[in-house]
Design a binder for this molecule. Structure first.
Ligand code: FES
Length: 166
């Protein structure tokens, strides 16, 4: 009987290493293409990915994270069925984005905001979603919610649950 001696994490790291090896010249301009390719393969940018890319390109991991977090298309957690993006751009930040995050975490039962991975949803703070005039803004997959306040959160969650018949 065949027994796999590598766990999934190890296999993923081998995949990441194979992608890094394609970018031998370690040019900083490779940062975005590298992140895109890794996310295409792995599905998200984990902490290990950020650290590996930083080491490969010889740049600080904070720089890699800053660049990746600027773009809406990068995920830092495995993909869930519903991706709840809370805009934390300047306009939304001023209008209470942080309180929205806390309320979503509370209502969805996420005790530790740093560990909000669920099969059904991810909650992420992202940079400007491009609707600053209607701040604060929340996006659930392709649906935009504008001028969001805490009282609207049960309605947003109910719309997700209705689709799932929870
Ligand atoms: S700052 Fe939130 S949409 Fe622009």
């Amino acid at each position: 009987m065949f027994t796999c001696i590598f766990d999934e994490t190890h296999i993923r790291m081998l995949e990441i290493e194979a992608i890094l090896q394609k970018y031998q010249n370690r040019d900083r301009e490779n940062l975005l293409p590298l992140l895109l390719e890794i996310q295409r393969e792995i599905g998200h940018l984990s902490q290990k990915v950020i650290l590996s890319v930083a080491a490969h390109l010889k740049i600080p991991s904070s720089k890699v994270y800053a660049v990746a977090s600027f773009y809406d298309q990068f995920r830092f957690q495995p993909k869930s069925k519903y991706r709840i993006l809370i805009c934390n751009g300047t306009g939304c930040h001023i209008e209470g984005a942080r309180q929205l995050l806390e309320e979503f975490n509370k209502q969805l039962g996420v005790e530790n905001p740093a560990d909000n991975r669920k099969e059904l949803f991810n909650i992420e703070m992202v940079q400007c979603l491009g609707a600053c005039g209607s701040a604060p803004v929340v996006k659930v997959n392709d649906v935009f919610y504008t001028n969001v306040n805490i009282d609207m959160i049960p309605e947003i969650i109910a719309a997700i649950k209705a689709k799932e018949e929870i």
